[in-house]
Design a protein. Structure first.
Length: 277
């Protein structure tokens, strides 16, 4: 049985177990301390002193007063925005990437540059550029909160592109397409029934990242005068900062859960190398 070739040495010694745990501990403390402080803040009983779970029970049982209706509407708006943003990604980005991958490989670098460009542009600069566009959209389609999905589509474009492109590179798109076409399948059938099922890992990862970004976005919604979860939290915080912090922690929990699902999907598609006997 022949052995797998050893990985080349880089000359930099790998950190020991103690060093790795130390690094993880420092990074964990940086993230854990603010979260623990937020949890402790939500458990306070105010001037009475002590701690209880009354505010958490109120939020988790949806026993909020009418003054918090803005929060419920904002959650619905954010979910609608997330759904429309994901739909735009599936309808516009994925077919374009497949077309470039199969028919226009010379344009791949151009597409990559265009898709990754928004990550280098601050959100406030993006709003300044999109403000005239949204003036036209408001006159043509109204000023509903769903129109923010166009700006959010640009915002999540780099993350969705990377997720889908890594999946495209992992499969033989040309062979799958040629096989389906040779059996008489049209292009809609090839995309819907052959390529998309093989790209489901990248699509799900891109969709989950898009949802996490939309749930945490504030700048664009605030400057364009639209209401989403983050702008509503600012309003609620003025009346009851405890409820605002609890909802923030719950949204953070949802984002972490989505990232864990993405990590599980990534590990599910990674296979260990086979040994050559």
């Amino acid at each position: 049985m022949s052995r797998m070739p050893a990985a080349p040495r880089t000359g930099i010694p790998a950190p020991g177990r103690l060093a790795r745990w130390g690094i993880l501990g420092v990074i964990g403390a940086v993230f854990a301390v603010p979260i623990i402080a937020m949890v402790e803040f939500t458990l306070r009983r105010g001037l009475e002193g002590g701690y209880d779970l009354s505010r958490w029970i109120t939020v988790l049982t949806f026993d909020l007063g009418p003054e918090y209706r803005v929060l419920g509407q904002a959650i619905v708006n954010s979910l609608v925005l997330a759904a429309v943003t994901v739909a735009l990604m599936l309808v516009l980005l994925v077919p374009t990437m497949i077309l470039v991958h199969l028919k226009l490989p010379r344009w791949r670098r151009v597409l990559e540059f265009v898709c990754l460009l928004p990550i280098s542009i601050p959100a406030i600069v993006l709003v300044v550029g999109l403000a005239p566009v949204y003036g036209v959209i408001a006159r043509a389609a109204g000023s509903g909160v769903w129109t923010l999905a166009f700006a959010y589509g640009v915002l999540v474009l780099p993350f969705a592109y990377r997720a889908v492109q890594s999946n495209l590179d992992a499969i033989d798109v040309a062979t799958l397409t040629e096989a389906a076409r040779s059996l008489g399948a049209g292009w809609p059938t090839v995309i819907a029934r052959v390529l998309l099922p093989n790209l489901r890992t990248g699509l799900l990862a891109g969709a989950f990242i898009a949802v996490a970004v939309v749930l945490g976005e504030f700048t664009i919604a605030s400057l364009l005068n639209r209401q989403n979860l983050q702008t509503a939290l600012v309003i609620v915080q003025k009346d009851d900062p405890f409820i605002a912090v609890i909802v923030t922690l719950l949204s953070l929990l949802v984002a972490v859960a989505l990232l864990l699902v993405i990590g599980r999907l990534g590990r599910g598609t990674t296979r260990a190398p086979r040994r050559i006997s």
